[in-house]
Design a protein around this ligand. Structure first.
Ligand SMILES: [Zn+2]
Length: 290
C-alpha cells in the first residue's frame, strides 16, 4: 500500500487513503481460481497497475489494447485526469473471456504558486521558441519508444533522498500566470547530489541543457513505461546506455525553469502521466526530517 504511506496525513489525505483502500478491495476478489482478471496496484489517478493474464491473451483497458510480455505480465498507467470507471477485458487464447469494471479514485490537485522565474524563461523569443520546438520533438521521439524490456516488474527505489518540494498533478502558477500542471515529484537536494536510476532500463534521451528542463535524461523501462530526470547539473549517461537500478545517471542541478536545485522525477506510461511517488512509498525518515 505504497499510496497510503506517501500521502501527508491531513484530513484530505486520510480521506484519500480511505478511498484508495476501498478501491483496492476490488482486485482481490478478482483473483479467484481460474479468473482471467488479475490486476493490482494503486487504483487512483497517477497510479500504476500490474496485471497477469494467461500467455497469449488479448487485454483491453478502456478499449485500448495493452501489450503483454511473453509470460503474460502487463502494466497499465492511470493518467492525471483518468476518469472512472474503466472496463478491463481479457480474452484468452483458448476462447474464454472475462471482464471487470474498476473504480479509479479521482484526486483533488493542489495549486502551487511559483515566483521569481526569469523573464527570459517566461517570455521566450523567436529563437527560443524554435529551440523549444526542437527539444519537444526529441522528447516526443524518446517517449514513443515501446520496447520489450521487463524492468517495470522490479520494485522502484527513490533516485535520492531529500525534502519533497513539488508533487504530482499540482496546478502550477508561474509568476502569477497559470501554466500546465506539474507532472513529477520534486526532491530538493544540493547541486551535485547523485541521482540514481529508480529501476533499470535503457537511456532514450540525454541532453545537457533543454530550455525548460535543463539537463535532462529519459530512461525506458519497457512496455511504454519510462522515467525522466530534469534540471540536472551533469548528465552522466548517453543515449543507448543500459543502466542498472541504483546506478548514478546524473547529478542534481538548477538548470532550466527552476528557482533552486532539485531533481524533478517524472514517469510516463505511453501518453499517460504517472505519479512516481505512488511507486516508492514514503521518503526515508533521515531525509524528510532535514
Ligand atoms: Zn518539478
Amino acid at each position: 500500500m505504497n499510496a497510503i504511506a506517501s500521502f501527508t496525513l491531513t484530513s484530505a489525505g486520510l480521506m484519500l487513503a480511505w478511498l484508495v483502500s476501498i478501491a483496492m478491495i476490488a482486485p482481490v476478489s478478482a483473483k479467484e481460481e481460474g479468473s482471467l482478471v488479475e490486476l493490482e496496484g494503486d487504483f487512483v489517478q497517477g497510479g500504476l497497475l500490474f496485471g497477469k493474464a494467461p500467455v497469449g491473451s488479448k487485454v483491453l483497458w478502456g478499449g485500448r489494447e495493452v501489450r503483454l510480455t511473453p509470460q503474460g505480465d502487463y502494466v497499465i498507467g492511470l493518467g492525471r485526469d483518468n476518469r472512472t470507471p474503466v472496463l478491463l477485458r481479457v480474452e484468452a487464447a483458448d476462447g474464454r473471456s472475462q471482464q471487470q469494471v474498476f473504480d479509479i479514485v479521482q484526486r483533488d490537485y493542489e495549486k502551487q504558486e511559483i515566483t521569481g522565474i526569469s523573464k527570459k524563461i517566461m517570455s521566450p523569443g523567436e529563437e527560443e521558441l524554435k529551440r523549444i520546438k526542437k527539444e519537444n520533438a526529441l522528447i516526443g521521439q524518446a517517449r514513443r519508444v515501446d520496447s520489450d524490456r521487463t524492468d517495470f516488474l522490479t520494485p522502484f527505489q527513490w533516485p535520492l533522498t531529500g525534502p519533497i518540494t513539488g508533487v504530482f498533478g499540482s496546478q502550477r502558477v508561474y509568476n502569477g500566470r497559470p501554466s500546465r500542471p506539474h507532472f513529477g515529484v520534486d526532491i530538493a537536494a544540493p547541486t551535485g547530489t547523485p541521482a540514481r536510476a529508480p529501476i533499470g532500463g535503457v537511456v532514450t534521451l540525454a541532453y545537457d541543457d533543454m530550455f525548460y528542463s535543463g539537463g535532462t535524461i529519459m530512461i525506458d523501462h519497457g512496455y511504454g513505461l519510462n522515467s525522466s530526470f530534469l534540471h540536472l547539473s551533469r548528465v552522466l549517461v548517453k543515449v543507448g546506455d543500459k543502466v542498472e537500478q541504483g546506478q548514478v545517471v546524473g547529478e542534481v542541478g538548477a538548470t532550466g525553469r527552476v528557482t533552486g536545485a532539485h531533481l524533478d522525477w517524472r514517469m510516463n506510461w505511453y501518453d499517460q502521466r504517472i505519479d512516481p511517488q505512488l511507486l516508492v512509498g514514503a521518503m526515508p525518515e533521515t531525509a524528510s526530517a532535514r
